[in-house]
Ligand binder design. Structure first.
Ligand SMILES: Nc1ncnc2c1ncn2[C@@H]1O[C@H](COP(=O)(O)OP(=O)(O)OP(=O)(O)O)[C@@H](O)[C@H]1O
Ligand SMILES: [Mg+2]
Length: 347
């Protein structure tokens, strides 16, 4: 475990905004990912959270090279992906797979489960003789908890959770090292979300997988992530071990996200303070100067926040926060418009 499996180095993904009759004029850029660096270690689950539009999916797709980066490098298992072409690129890419948010629409409705899985096996030249293939299909279904008779069925014959299991089996078919799970449970019924998270955790153990687990919601990643990165407007504003993030959130944005996580105990729920973020998320076409979060930050200070961009700095071992006033806020020396919550769900 001396080398990260994935190393994201100063990555930017800017989408051009085209105008004009033939869309030949670039009038600006959506700065979807705007200078992110992070490392994902073999066997770990890295949870990536943040509000809608902050660039999570774009970063995930950039790692898998489904979209090109504007700047920066992505190194997978020691290899800079941008240097690979043809067969080498295809082979390396097959070591990374994605699971999507909407399980049904990520499956071709005209293909049976058997042909979906066979296609995945063949695309990566892992299909061998018939007996081997049959056995492999059986193993895949059993790994994700679907009966063997599912092979002859079509996606619409399954529930959302079962479709997600098919998507997971498809991802596993090529024996990947890394799985980017993009909000894999958000579209599912609340009652089966925990099951799905547990299944992913079991598969991780069984197959030695590494996960980039993307979610809106801090409650979901809490149960599965080893470390969590919090994104805001294309940038990472905090990164730390999952338990540390929930116990001592360092960035005002993380505190706000945490205060929105429901607490099961109704008495605690009634008493605890909430940080309501005012205003919309600013546009990633023209992000605010200084700290991108300052326009909505309850702890905003006149000095620095609106003019100087904070960089990630360590506030504790392995705990990185991009906020000029993180230490003062933590020590209670600066009061926000709502008092900083100690998250009551943490004993
Ligand atoms: N192909 C594209 N062309 C132009 N803009 C894009 C493209 N894909 C994403 N964007 C924009 O980039 C920004 C980041 O989008 P992205 O989908 O990565 O966010 P997200 O964090 O995954 O959001 P969500 O939680 O809603 O899935 C958004 O403003 C989005 O509109
Ligand atoms: Mg997304």
């Amino acid at each position: 475990m001396n080398e990260p499996l994935v190393s994201v180095e100063g990555v930017e993904v800017h989408f051009p905004i085209k105008r004009g009759a033939v869309l030949d004029r670039t009038v600006g850029h959506v700065r979807a990912v705007d200078g992110v660096s992070l490392e994902i270690w073999p066997g770990e689950t890295y949870g990536l959270v943040g509000e809608s539009g902050c660039g999570k999916t774009t970063l995930g797709k950039a790692i898998l090279r489904m979209i090109k980066t504007t700047r920066g490098r992505i190194v997978f298992d020691g290899i800079d992906l941008s240097t690979l072409r043809g067969e080498d690129l295809r082979r390396t890419r097959s070591r990374m797979q994605m699971i999507f948010q909407d399980p049904l629409s990520s499956l071709d409705p005209r293909q049976s489960v058997e042909s979906i899985l066979l296609e995945a096996l063949r695309a990566h030249q892992r299909a061998r003789g018939r007996a081997w293939t049959r056995e492999r299909l059986r193993e895949l279904l059993s790994a994700v908890g679907l009966p063997a008779m599912s092979l002859r069925k079509y996606p619409h014959e399954f529930s959302g959770g079962q479709c997600q299991r098919i998507g997971i089996a498809r991802a596993l078919a090529v024996q990947p090292d890394l799985i980017v799970a993009d909000e894999p449970v958000s579209a599912l019924d609340v009652s089966i979300r925990a099951q799905m998270v547990n299944l992913l955790a079991e598969l991780q153990q069984e197959f030695g997988l590494t996960y980039l687990f993307i979610a809106h919601d801090l409650a979901v990643v809490r149960h599965i992530a080893d470390r969590v990165g919090v994104m805001y407007l294309g940038q990472l504003v905090e990164e730390t071990r999952a338990d540390q993030l929930y116990a001592t959130p360092g960035h005002p944005y993380t505190r706000a996200l945490l205060s929105a996580v429901p607490v099961p105990d109704p008495v605690v729920e009634d008493r605890r303070e909430r940080i309501l973020l005012t205003g919309d998320v600013p546009s990633p076409v023209a992000p605010p100067p200084g700290c991108r979060f300052h326009t909505r930050c309850p702890w905003r200070q006149a000095d620095g926040c609106g003019s100087v961009q904070p960089i990630l700095h360590a506030t504790a071992d392995g705990h990185w926060v991009a906020c000029h006033y993180a230490e003062q806020i933590k020590a209670g020396r600066i009061r926000g418009r709502a008092a900083p919550p100690a998250h009551p769900n943490i004993a």
